[in-house]
Structures are given as C-alpha cells and as structure tokens.
Design a protein around this ligand. Structure first.
Ligand code: NAD
Ligand code: TYD
Length: 376
C-alpha cells in the first residue's frame, strides 16, 4: 500500500511516520510536509534512510501539487495531520489557520477524489483519514472543581490521580461548538471531510483526540515549554488561575490508535481518542516542576517559585474531557502508559535531547532541511 502522511515532520505526525515505516516494511510511506516553523526533519532522523520512506516538501494548499503527488506515488491511503496547531497563534493570525486547515484540507480531499476517480476500482481499498481534535466540541463545565471519580476506568490515569472535573464528556455525537480560530478551522475541515463522503462517497474516517504529550513537541505548547523553562530557570507563564482542565494522552498511544483506525475503522465513522486522564493546568505544572527538579538533581519542588500567573488566553476553554469508550469497545484500543510514567519519560527525553531543544528554539533546524534534502 502507498500511504501519504501529511504533516509527518511535526509532533504527532513524526510518531505516526516512524510507527508506519518500522511496522509496515511492505508499505511505501510518503511524508508530505511544508516544513513550517513546526515541522522538523530531525524528528525523523532514525527513519530517513529507510527504503520504504520518501519525503516530499510541499504545501497542502497547492492543489496542483497534491494531484501530482497522488499520481506520482499511486497513493491509496491518506493520513492527514498537516495543520496549523497552536491556539495562541490562531488568535493572532486567524487567516493562516483558515487557509491551511480549511483550504488545505479541501485541496487534499479534491486531489484524492480526482485521482481515485481515474482508477478502474475508484474508491475500493482507499481511505482518507482526517486527524482532528476534541477542541471542535467546545468547552465543558467544570462542575466538580475538586474532582470526582469518573465513570470510566483506564490504564492512562494513575490510581492516585484518576479524577474527572465534571460529569459531562465529549462523545462522538456531541454538537460542534468551537471557540478559538484554531478549533473553528479544524471544525470546518471536519465538515468538509464528511461532506466529501456524503456527496461523493469518498471513503473517509475522522478522529478527534485530546491533548497529546511526549517527545518532539514544539516548545510553544505547555509541557515542552515549561520543561525547558524549568531547566533554564525561566518564569512559567500560567494563564489565568491555572484552573483549566485538559485531558492528556501520550503521543505514541495516539499513533497506535491511528494505526488501528486506519486499518480497522469503519468508513464514514468518527472515533474519539483519549485516555480519561484529566488534569488542571496548575497540577500538571507542579508535577513538571517536581519531576524535572528531581531528574536535574535539584531539590524536588525548589523551582515552584517560577510559577507566574499571567493574563488569561482570550476565549480560554475551561475543560476538555474525551469519552473514548467507542474506540475501546469497538476496536479494542486502550492507552498503554499511565500518566506518571509517560510524563517522566517525556521530561527525561527533553532533558536528554537538549540539542534538539536548542535547535528548535533557535530556528537552526530549518538549516537541517537545506543540508539534508536540497537537490535530492
Ligand atoms: P504540529 O504543529 O507539531 O505539526 C504540524 C505539521 O504540519 C508540521 O510539520 C508543519 O510543517 C506541517 N504543516 C503546516 N502547514 C502545512 C502546509 N500548509 N502544508 C504541509 N504541511 C504543513 O502539530 P501536531 O501537534 O503534531 O498536530 C498534528 C495534527 O493533530 C493537527 O491536525 C492537529 O490539529 C491534530 N491534533 C493535535 C493535538 C495535540 O495535542 N497536539 C491533539 C489532537 C489533534
Ligand atoms: P496548549 O499546550 O497550548 O494546548 P491547547 O491550547 O491546545 O489545550 O495549552 C494547554 C493548556 O495550558 C491550555 O489550557 C493553555 C495553558 N497554557 C498556559 O497556561 N501557559 C502557556 O504558556 C501555554 C502555552 C499554555
């Protein structure tokens, strides 16, 4: 099978590319990425020479190029992750988010349709898998600020911290209600994907996942930003009171779910992905400080005074909480890591890969592409 993975040089995409290249030597994996500030080929050093891997530098908004790539590589399956992904950037520059997330997705959908329509078997054995976010559902109430035992059990949350901060959860049928330009653009792209199924019969599948954490995340997002700031003893800017709740999933567990759904998910279905692992931001920040201090040989908790409460994010969603029981029930997926294990592994990775961190924060990783791929 020839599979196109878009956004494969980004955080989640690089884990998906690595998993597919290593697990499926019989597939040809084409990683298509524009290499924006968030795309970094150093994330994929370990697979870049694999015989079943090809990198293409391109913009998903370039429709002609998308048709050319579909034809050149005889693409049969698409896993679409390329997007602008940071809420704070979307507040400053909403146009870019609409262009990339909405028009880019549309350009890819149309290219897939046009190419597959030329084949005798058309959509038979084809799949367009769109990766989306729980943020399209909007925000949930925080009805239990102290936390309650959730109605679900999971291996992702530890026994000590297995709390829900409200009684409602996002399910696959929850009405879309996005609040940020990022989530509005992702919601719009989800609608286009479903419209291509309902109108043209394109074989699509959509998943909505909760917040991911793990290695190779660009350090503008909470967890890598704060780990690096703790290391450098820089202030930790907690938005508002730090009471907002996010539901965290280890990135490799997301990649495993993507693999399973790509192969076994039903056409035109939506699956929510999450580990029932809700945390208030301020509690996460305290865990990050304690573990990072310990791993750096400092006294555990000595960096608590780096916490700095700053003006809240505009339109800051209060609580996200995903109910992934459909995926667990129908396809047998479950998260493999408890949060304490995953977060320690993650912190260790960032501390052991300071060169990666220093490169991405200085912009030097852009040069990597120039050196590695020019003229190839
Ligand atoms: P990321 O910002 O780390 O990576 C995005 C990648 O897309 C980068 O490699 C970038 O170069 C590429 N890209 C951006 N614009 C492009 C364009 N016009 N053409 C081609 N490539 C382009 O993002 P991420 O956190 O890895 O998220 C990947 C996907 O997963 C996104 O669709 C996001 O909405 C979704 N998602 C993310 C999370 C999360 O917690 N990070 C959770 C749920 C869903
Ligand atoms: P982020 O990692 O940007 O992901 P998202 O907005 O997609 O959930 O932020 C996670 C949470 O952390 C969110 O509630 C905003 C908060 N946050 C801070 O308090 N300070 C920061 O510097 C950042 C980047 C995020």
């Amino acid at each position: 099978m020839n599979i196109l993975i878009t956004g494969g040089a980004g955080f989640i995409g690089s884990h998906v590319v690595r998993l597919f290249v290593n697990k499926y030597p019989e597939y040809h994996i084409v990683n298509l990425d524009k290499l924006t500030y968030a795309g970094n080929l150093a994330n994929l050093k370990d697979v870049e020479k694999a015989p079943n891997y090809t990198f293409v530098k391109a913009d998903i908004c370039d429709y002609e190029k998308m048709v050319e790539v579909m034809e050149t590589y005889h693409i049969e399956g698409i896993i679409h992750l390329a997007a602008e992904s940071h809420v704070d950037r979307s507040i400053k520059d909403p146009f870019t988010f609409a262009r990339v997330n909405v028009m880019g997705t549309l350009s890819l959908l149309q290219a897939a349709k046009v190419y597959w329509d030329t084949l005798p078997e058309r959509y038979e054995g084809k799949r367009f898998y769109h990766i989306s976010t729980d943020e399209v559902y909007g925000a949930l109430e925080l009805t239990h600020p102290e936390g309650i035992k959730p109605p679900f059990s999971t291996t992702a949350s530890s026994s000590e911290h297995h709390l829900a901060y409200g009684s409602e959860f996002f399910v696959e049928t929850t009405k879309y209600n996005p609040h940020s330009p990022y989530s509005a653009a992702k919601a719009s792209s989800d609608h286009f994907v479903r419209a291509y199924h309902d109108t043209y019969g394109l074989p699509v599948v959509v998943t909505n996942c909760s917040n991911n954490y793990g290695p190779y995340q660009f350090p503008e997002k909470l967890i890598p930003l704060f780990i690096n700031n703790i290391r450098l003893r820089k202030p930790l800017p907690v938005y508002g009171k730090g009471e907002n709740v996010r539901d965290w999933l280890y990135v490799e567990d997301h990649a495993r779910a993507i693999d399973l759904i790509f192969h076994k998910g039903k056409d035109a279905e939506t699956y929510n992905i999450g580990g029932f692992n809700e945390w208030k931001n301020i509690d996460i920040v305290k865990v990050l400080i304690r573990v990072t201090d310990r791993l750096l040989g400092r006294q555990e908790g000595e960096d608590m005074d780096l916490i700095t409460y700053v003006t809240d994010r505009a339109g800051h969603d209060l609580r996200y909480a995903i109910d992934s029981s459909k995926l667990q029930r129908e396809l047998g997926w479950e998260p493999s890591l408890q949060f304490e294990e995953g977060i320690e592994k993650t912190i260790r990775w960032y501390l052991d890969n300071q060169e990666w961190m220093d490169n991405v924060t200085s912009g030097d990783y852009q040069k990597y592409y120039e050196e590695m791929y020019r003229g190839r």
